[in-house]
Design a protein around this ligand. Structure first.
Ligand SMILES: [Zn+2]
Ligand SMILES: [Zn+2]
Length: 266
């Protein structure tokens, strides 16, 4: 089963053709999409989108590390997040994106860390998996996970670390999954190729992060969930496995991690 484990279809990039984009995903055999809301406005737009696609679009909500200081009162927003999650059981199936991002430098690392730990506590309390974003911060991120998030269900979204770092993540517990996105299709992405080859198939997920991270050969254009097929195909090629085997196992993985039962698309 082909599933896009991470996308942002509520964004304005799809204002003109959102339904057509989702139809193309269905036509390509994508059986479900997890849409990720990264701030209060996006939680609302994600809920509205999911209401139109019951049983097809599921949600993960968090306050993105880059957006913590974009809201007037981040403490109050975390309370709002908890209320929203509790109000939508079975629809909001993950906590995040949360994590650390040292690339943009608009939120001090200590602030990011504090809110990351709040998300981890919320995930423990609600029994939901963490959807983790990490950019140029892998050693610090792994240190937080080792201290606070052992034996928790975790999706390492758009994993960009080395194989050694992937192994450190997997060692945190049996419910940790490494998720690969469009960059694994790039010719020069040797670290990602190594991760795809070496991480066991029963610990891998596939995603697009649409509208970002468009895979080869569509790089430079807007991404969309139909392209998750290209990520799965690349993993099959790198692992020297049948494409169908990659679909079957990564589909099971996403259902296990997020507690979903999806219906096979065409
Ligand atoms: Zn992200
Ligand atoms: Zn994302």
């Amino acid at each position: 089963m082909l599933v896009d484990a991470h996308a942002h279809l509520d964004l304005k990039q799809y204002a003109a053709d959102r339904d057509e984009t989702i139809q193309r995903a269905k036509d390509e055999g994508v059986s479900g999409i997890i849409n990720v809301g990264i701030d209060p406005a996006r939680w609302q737009s994600s809920l509205e989108l999911a209401a139109q696609y019951p049983g097809y679009i599921y949600l993960s909500f968090g306050l993105h590390p880059n957006d913590i200081l974009q809201v007037a009162d981040p403490e109050a927003v975390m309370v709002q997040l908890e209320e929203l999650i509790l109000a939508h059981p079975g629809l909001v199936v993950g906590i995040g994106e949360t994590g650390l991002d040292y690339y943009w430098k608009n939120v001090p690392p200590e602030t990011q860390r504090r809110y990351f730990i709040k998300h981890i506590a919320l995930a423990r309390q609600t029994n939901l998996p963490l959807v983790i974003h990490c950019r140029e911060a892998m050693p610090d991120l792994i240190a937080v996970l080792q201290e606070d998030a052992r034996q928790m269900p975790i999706m390492m979204h758009c994993f960009s670390g080395t194989l050694a770092e992937a192994e450190q993540c997997l060692a945190l517990g049996s419910q940790v999954y490494i998720s690969l996105a469009g960059p694994v299709t790039f010719a020069k992405a040797t670290d990602r190729h190594e991760v795809a080859r070496q991480v066991p198939l029963d610990r891998l997920l596939v995603e697009t992060d649409s509208p970002f991270l468009t895979p080869h050969p569509f790089r430079g254009r807007r991404n969309e969930p139909a392209h998750v097929r290209l990520v799965a195909q690349k993993i099959a090629e790198l692992k020297n496995l049948a494409y169908e085997e990659v679909l079957e196992q990564t589909g099971k993985n996403v259902e296990t991690l997020f507690g979903l039962t999806l219906t096979q698309s065409s």
